[in-house]
Unconditional design. Structure first.
Length: 147
């Protein structure tokens, strides 16, 4: 038992003594809805500053998730042949396009997920525009920050 405690203390001292690292995390959530859809967009940023050998290195990671939930009955989507969801903001966007020629949608929740390392760090946006198109009929939603 005493060896385990000594080993644990040694590991804590070694790891804390070598840590010239600062981590900053930002979490942003946006949402919006109309009579048919509820959309939520979540961005998680992690920025790491590491000092070593007289220089400062910076790395960034981001995970993004857009979830569009159809608020009405799944059966209402049974005639839909084409569904596309896209979003845009200052630094980019994303999209999803589904074709239902063979069978109708089996769920009312649609997601667009992406992640990256390096690159532009997300900053809080005024709004994010989401366009949902079902068989050529377009709906536009503006997502606002919940923070």
């Amino acid at each position: 038992m005493k060896k385990s405690i000594n080993l644990l203390l040694t590991l804590l001292l070694v790891t804390s003594g070598c840590s010239n690292k600062e981590i900053i995390e930002h979490h942003y959530t946006y949402s919006g809805e109309n009579e048919s859809w509820h959309v939520e967009y979540i961005v998680d940023n992690i920025i790491t500053f590491t000092e070593g050998n007289g220089k400062l290195d910076t790395t960034s990671e981001k995970d993004k998730l857009l979830t569009a939930t159809y608020k009405k009955n799944l059966s209402d989507l049974s005639e839909v042949k084409n569904l596309s969801i896209s979003y845009e903001y200052n630094h980019g966007g994303g999209s999803l396009s589904e074709n239902y020629d063979e069978a109708p949608p089996t769920d009312t929740i649609f997601t667009i997920r992406s992640g990256s390392t390096g690159g532009v760090v997300e900053i809080k946006q005024e709004s994010i525009q989401v366009t949902i198109t079902m068989d050529g009929k377009e709906q536009i939603l503006d997502l606002k920050s919940n923070d």
